[in-house]
Design a binder for this molecule. Sequence first.
Ligand SMILES: [Zn+2]
Length: 253
Amino acid sequence: MNFLTDEENERYQRQIVLKSIGKEGQELLKKSRVAIVGLGGLGSISAMYLASMGVGFIRLIDKDVVEVSNLQRQILYTVHDLASPKVEVAKSRLEAMNPYCKVEPLSVFVSPKNIKEIVEGVDLVIDGLDSFSSRFVVNKACVQKNIPYVFGGVLGTLGNTSTFIPYDDSPCLECIFSKVRDEELETTETAGVHPSIIGIISCIQISEAVRIITGKKPLLKGKLLFGDLENLDFQSIEIVKNPSCPTCSKKRP
Ligand SMILES: [Zn+2]
């Protein structure tokens, strides 16, 4: 059932010839199920590339409608979509880009009440959120259900990203960010955000997601990558499990 049709072979030819994907990897992409939480700047790009690349099922989670101030960076949407729910607009656009990708829209805010439904049956979760309180909810569910979580965050000209693999003894989001409080952080509304850093960070998230789906080691497991467009400085630091992490230290073996 995961075999590729002739049309799919042609559609994906430029990545099937890549050693890192190949036909087997393409079939794994077709079989894969991904949740993208948050459909702003980061989530728009992740959704478009993963749909184009042939991920078979994408669940989109976002409660917002399209606003004019989104259009500078959230490249899934146009002026014709203003006031429409992002997940509905995204579903029709993504399925038009690639009819082989099935898209499930969930127009909800991420909360402890619905997180089970959000992560149910997916192979990995991609972060497109803009608050740590929501991310902690997602992270906790991913730790409990052993689902890889590809984190990404952007502000101003800065971005960071990491890949958390609960079943592979990697640190989780709260191992490194548990003390972060949203009230103490600037937002893109006050600090702005450069679309270029969104593109860079989301494309790294996509690369990590494809590595996980195709059975390769994600390169940001146990690492946090920082980037700044102002000096084009990109560095990664090693991160380790926090033995008193409120989320993953309590997990039963
Ligand atoms: Zn942890």
